[in-house]
Design a binder for this molecule. Structure first.
Ligand code: DSN
Length: 419
């Protein structure tokens, strides 16, 4: 795979080798990560990367598009069939640009948007003051019920009636429960807002039919394609047929330039793969593993936000373990378990410290880990949390983590042979 790079830039090839080794020997539990199938690796490295094209199939600004047109049409048709969607625009480069293309399609500067608070599970591009969108549009936010740590739908509706947004956004990067799309769609209709769902984290689970789909309820559904969808680093947007022209114009020329044909091809492959029993079985196991980890960590005295999970991730509140999210993340990283620090709802800590960690089960499930191994991971996590500064404890935990993950190769043997 790196034959030419190895000869022409050995320093860079070495970094690829090191990253492969890191992933191979680590228990990767960042909730937004997954392992790209080999076909996705091949296609993102294919000659399609050479092609510059703007516009849509049959209406391009550059010549030489007849093969690219077939790829884009194939990707769009497969995506529509997989998700049962009326329209798909497959040109986004990521989940963020997917969101920007919807904003470009339906919003004017100064328009109001209502979304979930970032510190309670939302996303940067949903109006964080740190993101450029907050300078163009006026955002307000809905929150969790402090008791249940679930979305407070009544408060959301009240806020929507007062704020009168043009767009309501649902979808999150650290919310472990199902979202009542029907309820938010009713609220959006009541206040005359468009309803957009960002399903980036759960797109694979939705494709496999493991959790409910937002497609029937939302005007627009955006997503990245890496997370549970396990494909290329790219994006996609679905919408109702009535918004198709608006979305296509808002995406190109509204928000984006030339297409990325190589990731489009990888997405086309993944839309086919996501319809297979193999993918469905992985997604079912992802949820079982997440629920198993939530139960096991609870037994070990961790508090799980909202009491559990319905999807691929969970957020553990570490306050009763006497360790911050930052310290626990770093201690786990030192023994080869990769998670990220994360705010818990109404967190008293700073975002750079946090009281919790977010844990995702997609990548480890792709490697074949099931409930037995998840119980072992919960035990190791507990041992780390109980003595995070004890070098002997950390060394023993590292040995256990490495022995466990060594039983489940990241890629099949010989996958990257260069002969
Ligand atoms: N939003 C970031 C995450 O969920 O990790 C990256 O997409």
């Amino acid at each position: 795979m790196l034959k030419v790079t190895r000869q022409t830039d050995p320093d860079l090839a070495k970094l690829v080798d090191l990253e492969l080794e890191r992933q191979e020997h680590n228990i990767e539990m960042i909730a937004s990560e997954s392992t790209a199938p080999l076909a996705v690796m091949e296609l993102t490295g294919s000659v399609f990367t050479n092609k510059t094209l703007e516009g849509y199939p049959g209406a391009r600004f550059q010549a030489g598009s007849h093969i690219a047109d077939q790829v884009e049409t194939m990707a769009v048709e497969r995506a529509k069939e997989l998700y049962g969607a009326e329209h798909c625009n497959i040109q986004s480069y990521s989940g963020s640009t997917a969101n920007y293309s919807v904003f470009a399609s339906v919003l004017k500067p100064g328009d109001r948007v209502l979304s979930m608070r970032l510190d309670q599970g939302g996303h940067l591009t949903h109006g964080s003051p740190a993101n450029w969108v907050s300078k163009i549009y006026e955002f307000d936010f809905y929150a969790m019920d402090p008791e249940t740590e679930l979305i407070d739908y009544d408060a959301l509706e009240k806020k929507a009636e007062e704020f009168k947004p043009k767009l309501i956004i649902a979808g999150a990067s650290s919310y472990s429960r199902l979202i009542d799309y029907e309820r938010i769609a009713e609220t959006a209709k009541k206040v005359g807002a468009y309803f957009m769902v960002d399903m980036a984290h759960i797109a694979g689970l939705v494709a496999a039919g493991v959790i409910p789909s937002p497609i029937p309820y939302a005007d627009f559904v955006t997503s990245s394609t890496t997370k549970t969808f396990c494909s290329a680093r790219s994006g996609m947007v679905f919408c109702k047929a009535e918004h198709a022209k608006l979305l296509d114009k808002g995406t190109f020329p509204g928000a984006l330039g030339s297409i990325q044909l190589h990731t489009m091809a990888a997405k086309a492959w993944s839309f086919k793969y996501a319809a297979t029993p193999e993918f469905k079985a992985i997604m079912e196991q992802v949820v079982k593993n997440a629920q198993c980890l939530a139960e096991e960590l609870t037994k070990h005295g961790f508090r799980i936000v909202s009491g559990g999970t319905d999807n691929h991730l969970l957020v553990a509140d570490l306050r009763n373990k006497g360790i911050t999210g930052k310290a626990f993340q770093n201690a786990l990283d030192s023994i080869g378990i990769t998670v990220n620090k994360n705010m818990v709802p109404f967190d008293p800590e700073k975002p750079s410290v946090t009281s919790g960690v977010r844990i995702g089960l997609t990548a480890v499930t792709q490697r074949g880990l099931k409930e037995g191994e998840i119980r072992e991971i919960a035990e190791i996590m507990n041992e780390v949390a109980n003595a995070p500064a004890d070098e002997a404890n950390l060394a023993a935990c590292k040995a256990k983590a490495q022995a466990l993950i060594a039983r489940f190769p990241l890629y099949p043997a010989g996958a990257f042979d260069e002969n």
